[in-house]
Design a binder for this molecule. Sequence first.
Ligand code: ATP
Ligand code: MG
Length: 367
Amino acid sequence: MERILTPRRIGANAMSLGTLAISDLRCIEQAEVELTPGLTLLWGENGSGKTSVLEAIFLLGRGRSFRTRNNERLIRRGTDRLRIVGQVSAAGDAMQAVGFEASRTGTTARIGGRPAQSLAELSQAFPVQAIEPGVHRLVEEGGYRRRRWMDWAVFHVEPQFMDTWVRYQRALRQRNAALKTDPAQAPAWDPELARLGEVIAESRRIFLDRMQPYWATAVADLSGLPVTLHYLRGWNLEHSLTEALTGSRARDELRQLTHAGPHRADVAVRLHGRPAREVLSRGQQKLVAVAMTLAQLRLLQDQTQTTPTLLLDDPAAELDVERLQRFIAEVAKLRCQLVVTSLQAESRLFGTPERTFQVRQGRVQPV
Ligand SMILES: Nc1ncnc2c1ncn2[C@@H]1O[C@H](COP(=O)(O)OP(=O)(O)OP(=O)(O)O)[C@@H](O)[C@H]1O
Ligand SMILES: [Mg+2]
């Protein structure tokens, strides 16, 4: 009897982006793409626009790109506004339209036909994560990326976290402004800053504690290296944030900057006690960053009953055959919506795609 190959199974809680319409993003003037809830492959030559399509999807869920902090660079040359609209559905829910627009003066988002209050609402409407050739920077670069990595997950586990975080940022800006113009007023912000800051630090700590078992499995399976993650909350462990703010007041006034607080938090990535960025090769850094990403997705899957969509840009880059096989096996366990780019039309790394598009000079054509 002929063996029937069952298609790659998608989890019941997986997020799914259906129709995606892009206009004036990088080299893409207009594109309409119908993604499948399973595996979509985008293939094309260098510079054809594959990563730009993934950027469009990422923008819908994050309000920013994984390639640049400057949304203006994404707007197609010679035009003044980019637009992306997608139909998103979560586990058994009805479809909802999510839209994102960026012009030279700012960005706006719409969810379910209504303007979003903040871009942060996008991450709730459409959880999406990307693994792209720059992913190793999560290990290599400063704390900014690791804080963002942590906060995106904490926000999904604890929806009120974003509000606390926004209020903390506001208080911090006010305190820093006071340090520049009227230092005697700066301590007036300390009670608010300390209260919100402690809440943020505690939420992040809980998240990282819960992450540890997922992390241990993911990093061992992927890299085989005993790499550890240590949460550093942004001020001395022996003091409360109030004490730390008081203690660093002289330095704060001198440098006109607030030194203690969760805005200085980090996740130290270490191998045998040494910073991973100093001892790991680039390929190993990529594996560690991939492990951080996948561990986080597994945790969210268990805690929130939703599996984010995963974008894989040129996933084979920098990985040897064996590491790539392990990566593929880990991704398969997620059973999430996958959108993968490749230079090869026949790429079958993640199984047989249910839908394939060829990208050519900014045009996206179904194959
Ligand atoms: N703001 C912009 N306006 C117009 N074109 C742009 C803009 N920004 C980038 N481009 C062009 O868009 C093209 C698409 O690049 P993209 O990175 O999406 O290609 P790619 O298919 O992922 O290539 P590779 O295989 O090399 O990764 C490039 O040729 C780039 O020069
Ligand atoms: Mg690319």
